[in-house]
Design a protein around this ligand. Structure first.
Ligand code: F6P
Length: 360
């Protein structure tokens, strides 16, 4: 067990389903098996800036409702990089030492950081500067964290996107329309390719594979000529225009957000008089809701393994899912490799094998 007695846990970056079951697993393993104390830090590293730090002791008896709860009981943020922290006057300052100070006040022996690649990289930088014993758990609906085949939250997002396609199919067929479903995923097309196959999309467009509007229209027409009066297209948010321009908009805070490829495709298809089109942008629906059994399971496996790594005093590691097993890798390796969809991989081959058009 070593001398670890008091560990911290935080969730950082965009929320997703499965975070609460992961927190539950950490608490059950740490408190009930090792007899440690678990301190939940609120709003990611922002909680460390409060005086006293915004944090609470987590008890096993609080954990029962967490299996089925979406979001994160600890709160989170995907803003406020400690090394370039936005101040009310718009300036960016380095607040890393303030966070390290907050961490010191909590008297923690180790920290479990649940985050995507960006958050885990930031936590590692803080850990190195502040001498923290860090273990990472990958979470993101985008499933793009390097080395791990699965991240917490991905499966639920795929379920939601698949269900959306299941529903859209009936209305598309009833009206003989082309319906385009725009899904999240940031720079990777994992949600689109998985949900597209599972939900019976006719066309899947992902950032990893180029496409042309002419080809998309030709596929729709070919389907029409075979008596298939409707088509379902699923497109990942980071797919660009045919000419390679990113589709983004600036929000009220001046931040750049992905979105608009669904509408772009719709206009292109419609203006060529190929079919009547409608667009559904799934948005944050993909992040909410009851965690799927698979996300609960991955969260449980990751939570237990992360606590065990601390017990073995193996720090600067991230738990991963590889070949049906929980393993761990140095965080440096995980963040060094971005995991996009492999254009020669099994899912792409499967989609092609089913006759789904992928753009090329
Ligand atoms: O990284 C998760 C994610 O949901 C992306 O798929 C999406 O592009 C982004 O976060 C949305 O971020 P926000 O919640 O800040 O709008």
């Amino acid at each position: 067990m070593g001398d670890t007695k008091r560990i911290g846990i935080l969730t950082s970056g965009g929320d997703c389903a499965g975070l609460n079951p992961t927190i539950r697993a950490v608490v059950l393993r740490a408190v009930e098996h090792y007899g440690w104390e678990v301190i939940g830090i609120q709003q990611a590293t922002h909680g460390l800036l409060k005086d006293p730090p915004a944090a609470m002791a987590l008890q096993p008896q609080q954990m029962s409702p967490l299996l089925t709860a979406g979001g994160t009981m600890l709160g989170t943020t995907n803003k406020g990089n400690p090394f370039a922290f936005p101040m009310p006057d718009g300036t960016l300052i380095d607040r890393s030492e303030d966070m390290i100070d907050g961490y010191r006040k909590l008297g923690l022996d180790a920290l479990i950081g649940i985050g995507g690649d960006g958050s885990i990289a930031i936590l590692r930088k803080l850990a190195q500067q502040g001498n923290w014993n860090l273990v990472g758990i990958p979470k993101t609906i985008d499933n793009d964290v390097g080395v791990t085949e699965r991240s917490v939250g991905f499966d639920t997002a795929v379920n939601i996107a698949t269900e959306a396609l299941d529903r859209l199919q009936f209305t598309a067929a009833s009206h003989s329309r082309v319906i385009i479903l725009e899904v999240m995923g940031r720079d990777a097309g994992h949600i689109a390719i998985s949900a597209g196959i599972a939900g019976g999309a006719d066309i899947i467009l992902i950032p990893e594979i180029p496409y042309t509007i002419d080809n998309v229209c030709a596929i729709i027409k070919e389907r029409q000529s075979k008596g298939k009066n409707y088509s379902l297209i699923i497109v990942a948010e980071a797919v660009r225009t045919e000419g390679g321009d990113p589709l983004t908009h600036t929000d009220g805070l001046g931040e750049c957000r992905l979105g608009g490829i669904g509408q772009y495709l719709s206009e292109q298809i419609c203006s060529r008089h190929v079919a009547e089109t409608r667009v559904t942008v799934l948005g944050h629906v993909q992040r909410g809701g009851i965690p799927s059994p698979s996300d609960r399971l991955i969260g449980a496996a990751f939570g237990v393994a992360a606590v065990d790594l601390i017990a073995e005093r193996q720090f600067d590691q991230m738990v991963t899912w590889q070949n049906r097993q929980v393993m761990s890798v140095p965080i440096a390796d995980a963040i060094a490799h971005y995991r996009a969809v492999d254009p020669t991989g099994t899912l792409v081959k499967t989609a092609r094998g089913l006759g789904i058009y992928l753009g090329d």
